[in-house]
Each structure stands twice: as C-alpha cells, then as structure tokens.
Ligand binder design. Structure first.
Ligand code: FNR
Length: 359
C-alpha cells in the first residue's frame, strides 16, 4: 500500500519505534491539551476557495532574509533524531537541501553542528538554548556561525522543561552510541549517576530577559529569531528588541499545557508585528491545508517537528524526502484548488474560523 499522508507515516513510525521512543517524540506536557489542540484548531478553520482563476502554474517559492526558498515548509529543531534512525540530523538536513528549504538544528542534537554543516545545505538555522554558563551558549553560536549556518533561533519558552508525564514515570534512556553531539568533549567524562543528557538539559538558564536576546544579537552577525512567542505583547517587545524574526510556537505542546493552539495565537501575533519582521509558525502542521491556513493568517513559512521524526523512523533520509514531498504536493494542490497561484496571494480572506458543533 502506498503512503498517502503524514498520518500514514505516523502509524508506521509507531509500529517501528519502541513504545518508549515513539512516546518521547509524541507526547506533550501534562494532559496534552495544547498538543491535541494544535491539530484540532486547524480543523475549525475553513478555506473559502476562489474559482475560475489560472492555476496552471503554482509557485510555492518564498523569500526569507534575502534568499529564495522553494517552499514555505521547513524542518523544526527537535532533539535526539538518531533515536528515530541512524541517518539522524544529517540525513534530514540533506533531504531539506534537496528541496531547497530550511533545516533547523537543535542544540540537543545527536549530529553535531559541524557534522550537519557537511550536508552542505545552504539553509541551516541553529536553535540555541540559553545555558547558565554563558560561555556554552556563546561557543554554540560561534560554532554555528563558523560552520556556515544562516540564522540563530533562540528558544524562549523553555526556562524549565515542561512536565511530560511519561518521562516522569519512566525517564528516557539513550543507548551508549548516541550522545548530545554538540557536547561530546564534555561527555568524555560520563557522570556516575547516568546519562550526560540530563546534566546538559539541567544546565539551561531560567533567568532570561529581552537583554539576553540583545546579548545574543551583539554576539552574532546572523539574523536572530525568537521561538516560542504566543502573546501579541511579547511580539511587540520582540520587534522593539530589534529581533529579526518570530516563531509562533508552543513547543509542540511540550512546555506549558493549556496554552492556545498556535494557529489560534498566530493572527494576534501577526497583527501586533504588522509586517515589520517575518513571523514563522510551528505546531500541528500535518497537511498542505494546514500550511495554507498558517500562511493565510500571516506566517511567512511553517516548520514541522514530529513529521520529520516520523519520516526518519520510516526510512531515514528517504523518509524525510517523503515527508517533504507529501506536504509540498498537498500544499500545491491546496493553493490550486483555493485559486492561488503564488504564496503571496494567500491572505486572510481565504480562511474563516467556524463554530464547533457537537452532535
Ligand atoms: C521538540 N521541540 C524542540 N524545540 C526546540 O527549540 N529545541 C529542541 O531541542 C526541541 N526538541 C524537541 C523534541 C521533540 C521530540 C519534539 C516533538 C519537539 C519543539 C519543536 O521545535 C517544534 O516547536 C514542535 O515540534 C512543533 O510542533 P509539531 O510540528 O511537532 O506538531
């Protein structure tokens, strides 16, 4: 049987991966209200198509920071990709390169900054976390810049890790051959109480402010984006802090549970920003119509997190090829059937939020 959707791939990934690893990739914080709503909220939004337009050529290209990308579907930073497949981050970055889209690399990756740079993807962005030891943060940014990464994504919604219940019940353990590759020199000396991963994550700083963002900006020539903005007030502060872009994100529902679905938060952020800087989006994107809706509400491009992990689990790098192909095909068809031949034409007039009905 052919694989027709990201949902098909998710089922395959669930069968292939251990319960523990699939659970780590899938779960959200607490009761997963926000994780579930990220997807459900898309279903409440309807597309009003326009007809009798020339849709014989559909152009999905977008411009981001002066570069033209072939599609607005990018890959989000997610930790520990080699748990899905040995191709890991490098394989996913190569798949993104073939489609001329952005691959973003997590600080907590299992392929290092330098290894992923060898994918020769010219659109690599690095997701940096703040550490209590500022030198660690600084060194990561310097390494990414030196390796040719094109932007720095600062994750701002994780002063602490969210309360993810399966991980509390049974903490994730990682096989010996897999490590946080950006910290290998520090892992030479493994702590006696277990895996270095927990030590790295616990080194994350919780005393952050917009000055921290300014400090990052002062320490890199690359564009800096804040990932994890939901409130219009924070979006305004981000613009004031002269940040280069925002990613509307709730971390796939893995941080504070009960925050809004990101597609519900997006219009407010886009209104606050008023096109002064690009607004990106992630959370629950599983179909081309989801991409269409996010762009209609003001996103320049979207990132997919878990779909990339499902693709890796299915067939490594080739599985990520398939993820991007499915999403791009679906997005192109959504554009055509909605009457838009270029991404610029997609705007709010095409979407409306409908009331939910219960039977
Ligand atoms: C994440 N995410 C994430 N974000 C980040 O800034 N740094 C990280 O290391 C990680 N790690 C991570 C691991 C896993 C397993 C998941 C599922 C997510 C959040 C990620 O970048 C993104 O915000 C969400 O995944 C988007 O939601 P979807 O596409 O997964 O629904």
């Amino acid at each position: 049987m052919n694989i027709a959707s990201i949902s098909d791939l998710e089922k395959i990934a669930e069968n292939k991966l251990s319960k523990h690893i699939f659970g780590y990739y899938s779960y959200g914080a607490q009761d997963m209200i926000s994780t579930k709503d990220n997807s459900a909220a898309f279903d409440r939004i309807k597309i009003y198509p326009r007809v009798l337009r020339d849709v014989s050529n559909i152009d999905t290209k977008v411009n981001v920071f002066g570069k033209t990308l072939d599609s607005p579907i990018f890959i989000a930073a997610t930790a520990l990709q080699k748990l899905a497949h040995s191709d890991g981050e490098v394989g996913a970055a190569r798949a993104a390169k073939r489609r001329n889209v952005v691959y973003s690399l997590s600080t907590f990756s299992t392929g290092s900054i330098e290894q992923v740079a060898e994918s020769l993807n010219p659109n690599l962005w690095f997701q940096v976390s703040f550490f209590k030891d500022k030198n660690i943060t600084l060194s990561l940014i310097n390494r990414a810049e030196k390796a040719g990464f094109q932007a720095i994504i600062v994750t701002v919604d994780m002063p602490y890790s969210g309360r993810r219940l399966p991980d509390i019940r049974e903490p994730l353990t990682v096989p010996d051959h897999i490590s946080f590759a950006n910290f290998v020199s520090e892992t030479d000396d493994k702590p006696s109480d277990g895996w270095i991963g927990h030590h790295v994550v616990h080194g994350v700083e919780s005393n952050l402010s917009w000055d921290s963002i300014k400090w990052i900006k002062a320490n890199t020539k690359l564009p800096v984006l804040a990932k994890g903005i939901l409130s219009p007030e924070d979006a305004k502060l981000a613009v004031e802090a002269k940040i280069d872009g925002i990613i509307v994100s709730n971390h796939g529902g893995r941080q504070l549970d009960s925050v809004p679905a990101t597609i519900d938060a997006l219009p407010g952020v886009a209104d606050a920003v008023q096109n002064r800087i690009p607004v990106f989006f992630d959370g629950g994107v599983r179909r081309g119509t989801d991409v269409f809706k996010a762009i209609a509400y003001g996103a320049t491009a979207v990132f997919v997190g878990r779909p990339n992990l499902f693709g890796l689990a299915y067939n490594g790098e080739k599985g990520v090829d398939l993820v991007l192909d499915i999403l791009n095909e679906e997005f192109k068809l959504s554009m055509a059937l909605a009457g838009c031949s270029s991404v610029k034409q997609i705007n709010r007039s095409y979407v409306r939020k409908m009331p939910t009905y219960t039977s």
